[in-house]
Write a protein that binds this ligand. Structure first.
Ligand code: GDP
Ligand code: MN
Length: 336
């Protein structure tokens, strides 16, 4: 049985569902947003769009997480526009804040250096907390234990097309682990030792590396160096049991023990992407061409035959990020 759900949450009584969208056809999934109270306007905009474009037909539950308590305004405004159940959770202290064993002198020197070098979020501790939480903790939150699948949504993103299919069911039915819409290069300055650390881990644990993996998407030389390609993790549809599994758990533990979330500025995007690329087979990673998605400043707009018309998309395919100079779609294509 799923564990009891603590503190504040709102659970609507089950709504009448049409046969096409009945509960038994639904996947064990939730839509997940990490947000601050101050993100409420952007959160409401993202939720409104995803409800209109997708979720009013399926009524998947939403989960909101925050390291502080959500305030009444956030809960009220969000609950007002969601078609199904809504859960609000607080992140346990130790899943969020910089651990005591991190050498703060070393961490603050690294932040200062990255600030001097004008690296985005280089001086931010809270951004690092967020990246570490998204890398290794969100799927352990009590509210998420009952779910297998999640769709990560951020405040102020845009869903540019109708989603007339259930992406969770698609993942489930096709044995997928990780789904993305945008892939690009990571700033090397934020992850200077990440790849070497990953190589140490896989050398010690070759048993976790899947055959037929996506290494050649991430590396141009068979794994010696990282080409910095990753899936942009502000959009993710993925299987939390993959993160909960032994390979990823050991991998995160090893990475975390090196302190790179604080001594550098490791992002959850490369941390997730490299794991999906190594511990899953390449056909377990799915590019959701049909989902029109925008996170400033980039948009993925569907280019598959008829997809743009079918989805009543309001994006422009010519401006899609897919084959932009900074995109890693070419590296993705070459392993297909
Ligand atoms: P970016 O997309 O890399 O520029 O980072 P964002 O500022 O969009 O943050 C990523 C996600 O984490 C968003 O869902 C934010 O709402 C959330 N987030 C970022 N920092 C914090 C924080 O300090 N506390 C909480 N609760 N959420 C945060
Ligand atoms: Mn963002």
């Amino acid at each position: 049985a799923p564990p009891a759900i603590p503190d504040a949450y709102y659970d609507d009584t089950p709504l009448p569902l049409t046969p096409a969208h009945n509960t038994s056809a639904r996947a064990n999934a939730t839509i997940l947003m990490l947000a601050r109270n101050s993100d409420v306007d952007g959160a409401v905009r993202s939720i409104r769009e995803l409800e209109d474009r997708f979720n009013h037909k399926y009524q998947y539950p939403w989960v909101f997480l925050n390291e502080e308590d959500f305030d009444d305004e956030f809960k009220r405004r969000v609950t007002n526009i969601i078609s199904g159940p809504v859960h609000f959770g607080r992140i346990p202290h130790d899943h969020w804040y910089q651990p005591a064993w991190i050498d703060e002198d070393r961490a603050s020197a690294a932040r200062q250096k990255m600030m001097d070098d004008n690296i985005i979020y280089g001086g931010s501790v809270s951004y690092r907390n967020m990246c570490r939480f998204n890398s290794g903790f969100f799927y352990r939150h009590q509210l998420l234990q009952q779910f297998k699948w999640y769709w990560r949504v951020e405040p102020d993103v845009h869903f540019r097309c109708d989603v007339d299919f259930d992406p969770f069911r698609y993942m489930e039915d096709h044995n997928k682990v990780y789904g993305f819409t945008i892939t690009m290069y990571e700033y090397l300055a934020t992850i200077p030792t990440l790849w070497e650390t990953v190589k140490e881990f896989t050398k010690a644990h070759p048993e976790y590396v899947k055959e037929n993996n996506a290494m050649n998407y991430m590396s141009d030389d068979g794994g010696t160096t990282y080409n910095n390609c990753h899936f942009w993790s502000n959009f993710e549809i993925a299987n939390m049991d993959f993160w909960r599994g032994e390979a990823y758990s050991k991998y995160f533990e090893y990475l975390d023990s090196k302190g790179g979330f604080y001594y550098e500025r490791w992002g959850d995007a490369p941390v997730h992407s490299i794991a999906a690329g190594l511990f899953a087979s390449k056909d377990q990673i799915h590019f959701f061409d049909d989902i029109g998605y925008e996170h400033n400043p980039y948009t993925h707009c569907p280019r598959g035959p008829g997809a743009w018309e079918r989805g009543h998309c309001d994006c422009e395919v010519q401006k899609s990020f897919d084959y932009d100079g900074y995109s890693c779609m070419r590296q993705w294509d070459r392993i297909q």
